[in-house]
Design a protein. Structure first.
Length: 186
C-alpha cells in the first residue's frame, strides 16, 4: 500500500482517539495541518486520483477531503471546497463495492460525506447505506441521532444554516432562530 495512504489512515484510525475526531481543538487542527496540508493540496489538484482505484486509497481521500479539511480550515469556506469531489469518491467506492472491504469505523467515515452534503438525495443514500453496512455498528443509535439532526436542517432549509456565514450566504430569520436551538451547528 502507498505510504501516504497508510500514514493518513494510521493517523486517523489508530493514532487519533475517537473522542478527538469531532471535538474543536486548535492544537489538533494545527497538527493535522502540519502533517497533511501538502497531501490535501496534492489530492485537491488531482495528483492522487489513482487512489480512487482501491478501497484504502478512496478512504484516505475521503479522510483528507471530508475530515482533515474541516480541521485545517475551520471557520473558513475552504473547509467545504472539496465536498463535491469527496462525494464522487464515495459514489465510486460504492459502485466498486469498496465498503465490503472496510471495517465498521472505516465504513462510517466513507458514508459520512453524504450526511455532510446539502442534497437530500445524498442523505437518503446515506440512510440506505447505514442499513446495509452499519446496522451492527456499536454506536448505531448515536449515529442515527447525529444523522437525523443533520437531515432535519436539510429538509427544512435545503442547506446547513450554520455554514451560511463562512460561505457568504445570507441567513433567513427562520435560519437564525434555528441556530439558537440545540443540535443546529456541527
Amino acid at each position: 500500500m502507498n505510504l501516504r495512504i497508510q500514514t493518513i489512515l494510521n493517523f486517523w484510525f489508530e493514532e487519533t482517539p475517537p473522542e478527538k475526531r469531532f471535538k474543536k481543538d486548535e492544537k489538533f487542527d494545527q497538527l493535522i495541518k502540519q502533517k497533511f496540508l501538502i497531501d490535501y493540496e496534492k489530492a485537491s489538484n488531482n495528483v492522487f486520483d489513482d487512489w480512487k482505484t482501491s478501497a484504502k486509497g478512496s478512504l484516505a481521500l475521503v479522510i483528507l477531503f471530508d475530515q482533515f479539511s474541516r480541521n485545517m480550515f475551520r471557520n473558513n469556506k475552504k473547509a467545504f471546497d472539496q465536498d463535491s469531489k469527496t462525494r464522487e469518491v464515495v459514489y465510486n467506492a460504492i459502485k466498486l463495492n469498496f465498503l465490503d472491504e472496510m471495517n465498521q469505523s472505516e465504513k462510517f467515515f466513507m458514508i459520512l460525506p453524504l450526511i455532510h452534503s446539502e442534497r437530500i438525495k445524498d442523505h437518503e443514500m446515506a440512510y440506505s447505506l447505514l442499513e446495509k453496512y452499519l446496522k451492527d455498528h456499536p454506536g448505531l443509535s448515536d449515529i442515527k441521532k447525529f444523522w437525523e439532526d443533520h437531515t432535519i436542517a436539510i429538509k427544512r432549509f435545503n442547506r446547513y444554516p450554520h455554514r451560511n456565514e463562512v460561505l457568504g450566504r445570507v441567513s433567513t430569520q427562520e435560519e437564525l432562530e434555528f441556530l439558537k436551538g440545540p443540535n443546529s451547528s456541527w
